[in-house]
Design a protein around this ligand. Structure first.
Ligand code: NDP
Length: 281
């Protein structure tokens, strides 16, 4: 039976610590979240980020723009916050409506305020091991593994999914921590062969309960990033928890696994960005 990697409990602990840290600062850090359109899931994520930010004493502003907002309008707003000395963290909630060029929008955010770590400059720093601001989901996963005393050094870690926001930065962090990393994606042949090699299996594909017992080696640590709605509207991960949990040594649940750690890392990155930009060590 796999031990549960309780992201919710750890996130609560870390947020209490972060609140204490924020209280010691001579200013209140400020996080701005720009949401374009009315994507239901995004609205929930943004609401959760705002609530968590306020809980730890971070001022949180949500800019909710209509879905027909033009690129020029969005860029102008980003620029306003880039130049606002009070704003420490600036994120644009993804996905964006189809008429907006995601790459261009992400690149417009000041890298010093890019607390999502998606800007090409921050991605490049991560790739070269000079981490500055790092994507929250993989960072939260590393924090969770560390907390449970799970070392990845020398282990085989298979990452399923290669998105810029989860899979790729996850692989970089694992590599920096001396794991032997196998990257897999939708064109991987014999995926199960690759996942069965894994001592640490990280799944971020967005396919409900795709990873069954056939994909997992006995004793593996299984981290499920996926958040999907099943036919009954229930939130499920990319891993079939019921089948995989008996095989795993450790496993994250969905919900209350990776999700709360993602938000906590975002808040930590906001405080970090605030301290760097305002010259506080
Ligand atoms: P993307 O859709 O951007 O990427 C999905 C990746 O999975 C792609 O690289 C794709 O491969 C790969 N993939 C899709 N199907 C398969 C398959 N059958 N076999 C192997 N690989 C496959 O997703 P994200 O990375 O943004 O998100 C993944 C999941 O994680 C989603 O459920 C999302 O909701 C969730 N998520 C959860 C977060 C949290 O805090 N818990 C945060 C962010 C995301 P290819 O590149 O070849 O197309």
């Amino acid at each position: 039976m796999g031990e549960i990697l309780d992201g919710r409990a750890l996130a609560d602990q870390l947020q209490i610590k972060l609140k204490e840290e924020v209280e010691q600062l001579p200013f209140s850090p400020k996080l701005v979240v720009i949401l374009v359109g009315d994507d239901g899931a995004s609205e929930i994520y943004v609401r959760n980020k705002k609530r968590a930010a306020e809980k730890v004493g971070i001022i949180s502003v949500v800019e909710n723009l209509p879905k027909e907002t033009s690129e020029a309008e969005l860029l102008a707003l980003i620029n306003r916050y880039n130049e606002d000395p009070e704003t420490d963290g600036l994120i644009v909630q993804l996905p964006l409506p189809a008429h907006l060029n995601e790459e261009k929008i992400i690149s417009a955010v000041d890298p010093a305020k890019d607390v999502d770590g998606f800007h090409p400059e921050n991605a490049g720093l991560l790739l070269t091991g000079k981490n500055q601001l790092v994507p929250s989901t993989p960072l939260g996963i590393m924090t969770l593994l560390n907390h449970y005393g799970i070392s990845v050094a020398g282990k085989i870690a298979t990452v399923v999914g290669r998105s810029n926001i989860v899979g790729k930065p996850m692989a970089q962090l694992l590599l920096q921590n001396d794991a032997t990393v196998i990257m897999t994606h939708s064109k991987t042949k014999n995926l199960a062969e690759m996942t069965k090699l894994a001592d640490i299996l990280i799944v971020a594909i967005g396919r409900g309960q795709f990873i069954t017992a056939d994909y997992v080696k006995e004793g593996a640590v299984v981290v499920d990033v996926g958040m999907n709605r099943n036919a009954e509207g229930k939130l499920v991960g990319d891993v079939d928890f019921k089948q995989v949990e008996p095989l795993a040594s450790f496993i994250t649940p969905v919900p209350k696994g990776v999700g709360p750690m993602t938000i906590t890392s975002l808040l930590q990155q906001t405080v970090k960005a605030a301290k760097i930009r305002r010259g506080i060590s």
